[in-house]
Design a protein around this ligand. Sequence first.
Ligand code: AVJ
Ligand code: FE
Length: 423
Amino acid sequence: MHTVAHPTREQLAHSYLLVRSFSEQLCEPLAIEDYGLQTAVEASPPKWHIAHVSWFFENFLLRPLLPGYQVFHARFDHLFNSYYEQTESGFWPRAKRGLLSRPTVAEVYDYRKHVDQAMQALITECDESDWPLALERILIGLNHEQQHQELLLTDIKHHLALNPLRPAYRADLDISAPEQAVPLTFTTLEGGMTEIGATGDGFSYDNEHPRHQTWLAPYRLANRLVTNSEYLEFIEDGAYTNPAIWLSDAWTVIKQQGWQAPLYWEKIDGAWHEMTLAGLISLRPALPVCHLSYYEAEAYARWTGKRLPSEAEWEHAAASRPIAGEFADAGRLHPRAADVGALSQLYGDCWEWTGSAYLPYPGYRPAAGAIGEYNGKFMCNQMVLRGGSCATSGDHLRPSYRNFFYPHERWQFSSLRLADGVD
Ligand code: AVJ
Ligand code: FE
């Protein structure tokens, strides 16, 4: 959520309404029956998302900062706390979020309204002395809600893709594509002593700090994301049956899960199809390949003789370029084909797996207390993704933004851009 450097209370109240109403807008195409489903441990039911983002404001703002605040329900903190250990409530297990028929969807929307009214009161009535803390936390809460808006979309896609009817979330989406992608070319970047991390103007998460120097040897970046037709060559070369291509952990997952293609690809009568938020479509060769795990992105890059960019290489290239691309706001909800030969698709379309482990930057310190659990405790065994996707709001992104997932996870809109050294 971009705001001016020091938003007034009115400006913040307005931003709050905009972000909150976008969550409700995203849920409009849902039937009541869609709200409770959980089809993977990592994918939550829409009802849970809608309640959890409200809990976040209740727990980190209303309870500590709004005098006399009455919680909506005494046990909701247990049900809708995601993973914060430093709380009295504890939390309901993630894997069992889909087992809760109560509270009902209607009750969860009432909870949301209760929190919204109290938040408007907090924004207007909060003591001047508490305002800096309230402002800081509201900005986290709004950015948190934007993250869950993306998760809502990716989780709904997962739920609908499991269903043999392959129902559309929105049948009216236009997933058009050109016949051919723009040619793959490489841009050389000189590197040298560069800086990465949040610059300090505008909101950023703690994991983007501190900004620091990092050395980059000259490198080359592909002008666009890898396409479906390029990835198909990898499949047709027998990638998914050839253990020599894969990292050991990757091959274990491929065998266990029976992977034969990216998530959501399926072959029908010899022709590849892809499940989208508009339902099942025939595979469009020129569109970016999407829903890859780190394992697949890494192996594909190596198979081409190239590699994944590091997060510093990605950020150094992206920092001087406009935040433009296919975002959730535009509502296509599917990546678009690149249409220029120059470095493009850095933002939006698909998250880009990097070759960088998700680690603290030198000197990183998470905040004290439960809110410090937001990012810091996940800095182990995950990989960094950069740039955002067609399910991310455009005003949620910036060059220093670090997303992170486990290397086997592929239900996000995740893809890759090739990188190479300079010889
Ligand atoms: C940054 C997307 C990995 O999904 O847990 C949501 C975002 N953090 N609530 C996640 C998040 C707290 C986070 N990711
Ligand atoms: Fe959350």
